[in-house]
Each structure stands twice: as structure tokens, then as C-alpha cells.
Design a protein around this ligand. Structure first.
Ligand SMILES: [Zn+2]
Length: 303
């Protein structure tokens, strides 16, 4: 049924800071733990092919395991791939996990986990050679994906479909991970319609009232206007209908409805100052509630 997901934006009750204080603090704690680890200096900026990226991949795999998710590939979370950068091969890994492996996949939630390492041509501080921790870009997206995965894993038995979670590498140098994933797994996704990509969701701008949450749609997307997300209590959803190549792009090219949620660009974007201390964790929780309510209202509409 088309529009199952964004129908609920219209149907969702006014949001919903009604989780118990305990759940609320567990959510914040989980988001902080993931962001602070992934954006710590010990991971060295998570450049593909480095030990730091491997540590990040191990962390994500361990989290998948502890949430009770299942592999999407045979017996492994890891999808290795190689791409070429400045004439040299880079070995990278996507991480894949799902709920309900015996049921058709209808929804993908994705986020890239790689970043710029010590800075490279994509840094705004070229030649400085300092660790770029990428707390917002995109430890925040991975933490949000894991928080959502926890919710889906908990209610797995109530759902008659599978949700696939993918953490991409090779993003910062050109969407290599998402391209590879679509090329090699696209044929398993015949029934998947929606791809929600999370990229930089950690800097909700409280100075604006209500703070904006951007919904980036690729140019030419067939997402119908009346099915777009609408404002909800506490957040203003701003639809950006422009091409900004992101990890939703390869899915869009394959004909799927794919878009990226983001809290937007800021001065620390692609600088060494994109650190965990600057993340708006309360804002992340607000974004989480919006996405969570989406999932709660969607299950009965999927067919
Ligand atoms: Zn980036």
C-alpha cells in the first residue's frame, strides 16, 4: 500500500514526550554511548581501510548482535567491498542487519559510518592532518539507526515484514558503499519501497522555533506531495527537493522511494571540531520520537 509510512505523519497524535522518564534517560544514554565511542579519538576519524573504521564496524556488529538482529547476508554482518581512491585500492565494509529474516523486506533504514580520518580532500581544514571525529557526520546517524533498530527488534513478532538496517562505508569519497550495496543486494529488495537515510541528525537547531528537521528528496522523486511528512509538535519538517548526492541516491536511481533526514549543515561540518561534545542529544531524542512514531503507526498499513 503506497504511503503507509507518511500517512502516519498525518495520523500521528501530537508528539509525544510521553515515554517514562526512565526510558527517556535510557534513550539519551544509548545515543550518547554510541556517539561518544564512534566519535572518539581512538577511532581516528573512521576513514575506510583504517583500524579506526574496523573498530567502528566491530562496535556496530556487536550492537546488532546485542539487539537480537539477524544477518541479512549469510552468517555475517559484514559486506566487504573495494573501491579506488587516488589510484589506490581501499578495502571497506558495509554492515547489514535485519529483523524478521523470513519475511519480505519493506523498509530500509540506512546511515553511513565512515568519516574523513585525519582529513582529506573533502575536509574544510585541508593539510592540517588532525583527527576529524565526525560526531554529527555521521556517528549521530548510526546512533539513531541503532536506537530505531532496538525498537523494531523489540516488536519484531508483531510485524509481518522485515526491516533492514545498513551502515555504509565509503560515503565521504563518493557513496561507494551505498552504490555497492544497491548493485549487489538490489535484487533482494523487490518488495522494499521506502528507504530512510539518516545523515547528520545530531545538531537540531533549538535557536529556531520550532527547530527544523530537513527531509531531502532527490530531484525527480516520485514521492507524492500529499504523502510528504508534515510538521509535528516540537519539530518543523522542511522538505528540500534538490539533488544533494547522499546515500539515498543509488536507491532513488533504482526506482525506490528514498530520502534523507538531517538536522542540517553547520560551521563544524567537515572540520576537526565536529565533536561529540557539540551534539544536541535532547534534539536527537526529539528526532528519534518522530521516527519512532512513524514505525509504530506504520505496521498495520503495510501490506
Ligand atoms: Zn560528510
Amino acid at each position: 500500500m503506497k504511503g503507509w509510512m507518511f500517512g502516519i505523519f498525518l495520523a500521528a497524535p501530537a508528539l509525544p514526550m510521553n515515554l517514562s522518564a526512565q526510558n527517556d534517560s535510557l534513550l539519551l544514554q544509548g545515543l550518547k554511548t554510541d556517539v561518544f565511542y564512534l566519535a572518539s579519538d581512538s577511532l581516528g576519524g573512521r576513514a575506510p581501510g583504517t583500524e579506526g573504521a574496523e573498530k567502528a564496524a566491530r562496535w556496530i556488529g556487536t550492537r546488532f548482535e546485542s539487539l537480537g538482529l539477524k544477518p541479512f547476508l549469510e552468517n555475517t554482518w559484514i559486506q566487504p567491498f573495494t573501491y579506488s581512491e587516488e589510484g589506490r585500492p581501499v578495502q571497506a565494509e558495509n554492515l547489514l542487519a535485519q529483523t524478521n529474516p523470513d519475511k519480505p523486506c519493506k523498509l530500509l533504514i540506512t546511515a553511513h559510518y565512515d568519516h574523513l580520518g585525519l582529513g582529506n580532500a573533502h575536509s574544510r581544514e585541508v593539510f592540517k592532518n588532525v583527527i576529524h571525529n565526525g560526531a554529527d557526520d555521521n556517528a549521530s546517524g548510526v546512533a539513531m539507526l541503532l536506537a530505531l533498530a532496538e525498537q523494531y527488534a523489540k516488536k519484531e513478532k508483531e510485524l509481518d515484514y522485515s526491516v533492514l538496517f545498513v551502515c555504509f562505508s565509503g560515503h565521504e569519497s563518493g557513496m561507494f558503499g551505498s552504490e555497492y550495496f544497491v548493485q549487489h543486494c538490489g535484487n533482494k529488495l523487490d518488495q522494499a519501497k521506502y528507504v530512510l537515510n539518516l545523515d547528520m541528525v545530531g545538531r537540531l537547531d533549538d535557536a529556531q522555533s520550532p527547530p527544523p528537521l530537513y527531509f531531502r528528496l532527490p530531484e525527480g522523486s516520485l514521492w507524492e506531495n500529499d504523502l510528504l511528512p508534515v510538521d509535528v509538535d516540537g519539530l518543523k519538517v522542511v522538505v528540500k527537493n534538490q539533488e544533494m548526492p547522499l546515500d539515498h541516491t543509488p536507491f532513488h536511481k533504482k526506482g525506490m522511494l528514498a530520502a534523507t533526514f538531517s538536522t542540517g549543515l553547520h560551521d563544524d561540518y567537515h572540520r576537526s571540531t565536529d565533536d561529540a561534545e557539540r551534539i544536541n542529544f535532547t534534539g536527537m531524542a526529539q528526532v528519534f520520537f518522530l521516527l519512532k512514531s512513524t514505525s509504530e503507526h506504520s505496521s498495520s498499513d503495510v501490506s
